[in-house]
Design a protein around this ligand. Structure first.
Ligand code: IMP
Ligand code: MG
Length: 195
């Protein structure tokens, strides 16, 4: 296997962690009917697995946003390309995100959603690149505290590719991947047994 990337969180580790998160969320939201909000596209893979582990009545909403340039310059301001279908007034909102990096995008999104008067707004992120945080943010739930590496797979992309990788990979050699975007193709066909 090439050394351009390595498995950071294998599919079994991810599955087990999502099961645990689902159990915790199920307990925390007893008697309530949360609305899970997923930000397209990366968060949708995590959402699909997570919400089947939550044993509660719930609904799902999708949003699509685009950033105005680099987050640090635009302070995370985003343009809403596709808004929610439902009114979240009085609802318990749980934002389901693939990864939180600087946190600028998410903190802006939280302020937008909070202005619509939901009963609560919490965040569940699969990966938390906490060392990169700029915007102060409280993640109620997180899967893994992720090292400061470029990661792909399980919804996360490199130039829109590799979202379908079953494992989460850390890219060791980003320059080589930029030069040859096909380098991770072998990881699409591994069986997850470490081979
Ligand atoms: P931020 O928290 O505002 O800096 O932006 C988070 C967004 O950046 C995520 O929703 C991802 O779309 C993207 N992102 C951050 N780190 C990575 C990574 O390592 N791989 C792929 N996308 C990433
Ligand atoms: Mg995202």
């Amino acid at each position: 296997m090439s050394e351009v990337a390595s498995v950071l969180y294998g599919r079994e580790d991810v599955r087990r962690r999502i099961e645990e998160l689902g159990r915790t969320i199920t307990g925390d939201y007893q008697g309530r009917e949360p609305v899970l909000i997923s930000v397209l596209k990366g968060g949708s893979v995590f959402l699909a697995d997570l919400f089947r582990e939550i044993r509660l009545p719930l609904s799902v909403e999708f949003m699509s946003i685009s950033r105005y340039g680099e987050a640090a310059e635009s302070m995370g301001r985003v343009r809403i390309l596709k808004d929610l279908d439902a009114d979240i007034g009085g609802r318990d909102v749980l934002i389901v995100e693939d990864i939180v990096d600087t946190g600028l995008t998410l903190s802006y999104l939280i302020s937008v959603l909070a202005s619509r008067n939901p009963a609560s707004v919490e965040v569940c992120a699969l990966l938390d690149k906490s060392v990169r945080r700029i915007a102060p943010l409280e993640l109620r739930y997180r899967g893994f505290d992720c090292p400061d590496r470029f990661v792909v797979g399980f919804g996360l992309d490199f130039e829109e590719r590799y979202r379908n990788l079953p494992d989460i990979l850390a890219v060791e050699d980003l320059a080589s991947l930029v030069a040859n975007p096909d380098l991770l193709l072998p990881f699409l066909v591994t069986d997850g047994a470490g081979g």
